[in-house]
Design a protein around this ligand. Sequence first.
Ligand SMILES: C[S@@+](CC[C@H](N)C(=O)[O-])C[C@H]1O[C@@H](n2cnc3c(N)ncnc32)[C@H](O)[C@@H]1O
Length: 196
Amino acid sequence: MENTDVHRKCTILQSEALQEYILETSAYPREHEQLKEIREVTIQKYGFRSTMLVPADEGQFLSMLLKIINPKKTLELGVFTGYSLLATALALPDDGKGGGEHGMELFDFAFVDADKPNYIHYHERLMKLVKIGGVIAYDNTLWHGSVAVDEEEAPEIFRDGRRAIMDLNTYLASDLRIEMSQISIGDGITLCRRIR
Ligand SMILES: C[S@@+](CC[C@H](N)C(=O)[O-])C[C@H]1O[C@@H](n2cnc3c(N)ncnc32)[C@H](O)[C@@H]1O
């Protein structure tokens, strides 16, 4: 398998050819040079583990979303080699700030792509750290499609994450403090907008 093929094969779409079409036609030609470099170096260094990076089409979606939100302050949980963090940084306005603590000012946007069993804890923390009207995006909320099959049908390596993500999805759907939307891109992102 070619290095870049690992990314094409990790798709929740039923057709790998369709994922390839999306990446080749819309995402790779528009991918920022430095993002491309991070992706290539991560593939070389980490092989299959590089599939932890958000795919290029999801990076493009995050970038578009951020430009629409125009956040002043963003937070990311789960950085790895920094692909999604750089995609965020490149989309921030000139006076935007990403990353660490900046006093008591609340965040406008948070991207969560870390340890799945802790997502519900992170959600509770983020409901205090993200301002009303702010957006939290949870990555991997379709967990390789395993959320839609019985546990015994899911590959064993996905099972712990599958349970954690299914619990999160149910939790978010019943949380009246947010509006939410499940987006079927990458491995699934759930967008939550804090309303109270
Ligand atoms: C899926 S990768 C993130 C990929 C990244 N968002 C990207 O697209 O470039 C998950 C990362 O979360 C980190 N991680 C896992 N548990 C964590 C924790 N409790 N706190 C902070 N980072 C954590 C892992 O070490 C790994 O670097």
